[in-house]
Design a protein around this ligand. Structure first.
Ligand code: PGA
Length: 240
């Protein structure tokens, strides 16, 4: 299976910039990896023309209804979108998404055959209190409540320590390896399947090769380092 390079563009790019971005990346990124772009919803169609896989940064749990401003998993799937991120720490923090809501979103997405990248990770304080394993384990258990091992085949987990996102700081190689091994172990114990786990948080040109080569890492979720398409292309070239 190819390693995943997932690119979270967050709330960036104007219309002209998005057009230019898509033109710049077209045919430029090695197909050694499964590349998935997560642009703002308004640019999903535009990015679809890039030829790469496309996903949504967020999703509602219902298919239809009176939920002004939301985008449903049904709308995504019927628009040719195959992936969605659920539980990103920025959504947990700024939009007060809790594990219960995240669980509903995962279920709604899976029902529509969307592939889910579920983000989990500890805050700085939880890390200092040595609660990383407990936090990750609770987040996973709650987010995946009432989901069976068959459906779990469409779930990828991204280990994203909150303190590493956008901060320029990353855990050590050993810490990443341990967290990923731990996530795979708890999923295997509970569901008897092997799940893919990504690392996310301040991946850049200086650390991408090391992180991609850590044992058990099935790929990366990149934010800031994907905002400039030329930087992104040269960063991915470094892995090869
Ligand atoms: P970052 O963001 O690469 O800017 O740390 C990662 C993410 O938001 O998934």
């Amino acid at each position: 299976m190819k390693k995943i390079v997932a690119l979270n563009l967050k709330m960036n790019l104007g219309y002209e910039e998005a057009l230019e971005y898509v033109n710049t990346i077209k045919d430029k990124i090695s197909d050694t990896y499964e590349v998935i772009f997560f642009p703002s919803a308004i640019f999903l169609h535009l990015f679809k023309k890039s030829g790469y896989q496309i996903g949504s940064q967020n999703v509602h749990y219902e298919n239809k209804g009176a939920f002004t401003g939301e985008i449903s998993p049904y709308q995504l799937k019927t628009s040719g979108i195959d992936y969605t991120i659920v539980g990103h720490s920025e959504r947990r923090l700024y939009f007060k998404e809790d594990d219960k809501l995240i669980n509903k979103k995962v279920i709604g997405a899976l029902k529509n055959n969307l592939k889910v990248i579920l983000c989990v990770g500890e805050t700085d304080e939880e890390r200092r209190l040595k609660k990383t394993a407990l936090v990750i384990s609770n987040q996973i258990e709650r987010a995946l409540k009432n989901i069976d091992s068959f459906d779990l085949r469409d779930v990828i987990i991204a280990y994203e320590p909150v303190w590493a996102i956008g901060s320029g700081k990353t855990p050590s190689k050993e810490e990443i390896a341990d967290a990923i091994k731990f996530i795979k172990k708890i999923i295997f114990q509970r569901y008897d399947i092997n799940i893919r786990v990504l690392y996310g948080g301040s991946v850049n040109k200086d650390n991408i090769k090391t992180i991609m080569n850590i044992e058990n890492v099935d790929g990366i979720l990149v934010g800031s380092s994907s905002f400039n398409p030329n930087y992104l292309i040269s960063m991915i070239d470094i892995i090869d």
